[in-house]
Design a protein around this ligand. Structure first.
Ligand SMILES: [Zn+2]
Length: 307
């Protein structure tokens, strides 16, 4: 007996299936595991729908300290490409994830592991290493994403790496990079122009998270609220900073969205200077929806605090 009913049902379902797949990622999309939101956003710029992106952390998390949750291990197990900052930022959690995920494609020195900090010139490279100095990173300060020139350099290298890992779509990555570079260069000119009045301003930072931003805009860091990198501000150290500011005034205090605000508020009230809360990465404020919004808002917040 012939029963054609199921086939008919399948035939009528086909146009619907086709319509659904027009909005979902291609079946052959590469799976990218991004350690921080800025690299998830950059991968999105460079790969579009050709990548399915899993972001391990959000902007309100401290990227130095992340729990190796089962969801992260599962995400890394399936990844074709791991995109992280490197420069030891993830040293406290990524090695555990890599071990537990057991995915050979993304292990150290494989093409499937990309470390953004390898492609920029690092600042604050220590001349000596002593645990007593706090959370000091041997290969320099890892918070490279606060300078858009670094984003441009990483984009170049990441695009190449995407094409290496997923060579079938090399021309797509190349075309998207050209388009991104055009938009990014225009935006960088806009930001540099808008931020010109910030040049030379003395500032206080909460965590040593902004040397690249300072280098880009010519800001002058006179103190940090953490007595040592990664150590929460103590009342003794805050008092020291306050008396330092009496001799050497600063215009404002800078902290990242993920930092606890108490130390900077304490200083702000006593030194009578405002606090600039910077998104620090994509998602760190309502306006920082993508990499362009991240720098639009960063420059806005700095200008507002400097007035
Ligand atoms: Zn740090």
């Amino acid at each position: 007996m012939l029963n054609i009913k199921p086939n008919l049902r399948l035939l009528t379902a086909l146009p619907l299936l086709a319509a659904m797949c027009a909005v979902c990622a291609p079946a052959h999309a590469i799976k990218v595991f991004a350690c921080e939101p800025e690299w998830a956003a950059l991968t999105k710029e460079l790969a579009g729908d050709q990548a399915t992106i899993y972001a391990a952390t959000n902007a309100l998390q401290d990227p130095h300290q992340v729990q190796a949750k089962p969801s992260l291990i599962a995400g890394l197990r399936n990844a074709d490409l791991l995109v992280c900052t490197g420069a030891e930022l993830e040293i406290g959690w990524l090695p555990v994830l890599l071990r537990q995920a057991g995915n050979p494609a993304v292990q150290t020195s494989q093409p499937g592991q990309f470390n953004a900090a390898d492609y920029v010139r690092k600042l604050e490279v220590p001349t000596r290493l002593d645990r007593a100095d706090g959370d000091v990173h041997a290969s320099g300060n890892p918070h490279i994403q606060t300078d858009p020139r670094n984003i441009a350099a990483v984009a170049q290298a990441l695009s190449k790496r995407l094409a290496e890992v997923d060579s079938v779509h090399a021309s797509l990555y190349q075309a998207r990079l050209v388009d991104f570079n055009t938009r990014w260069n225009q935006a960088m000119q806009r930001w540099a122009q808008a931020a010109a009045p910030l040049k030379g301003l003395p500032i206080v930072v909460q965590h040593k998270g902004f040397p690249y931003l300072e280098n880009w805009l010519g800001l002058n860091e006179v103190a940090s609220l953490e007595p040592k990198p990664g150590v929460e501000p103590s009342s003794a150290h805050l008092s020291e900073v306050l008396s330092l500011l009496q001799r050497q005034p600063a215009k404002f205090v800078v902290r990242a969205a993920y930092n606890d605000g108490r130390g900077s508020e304490w200083l702000s009230e006593r030194a009578h200077i405002p606090v600039a809360v910077l998104p620090f990465t994509v998602g760190g404020s309502d306006k920082a929806k993508d990499l362009f919004g991240l720098f639009d808002d960063t420059v806005d917040q700095l200008l507002k605090a400097s007035k």
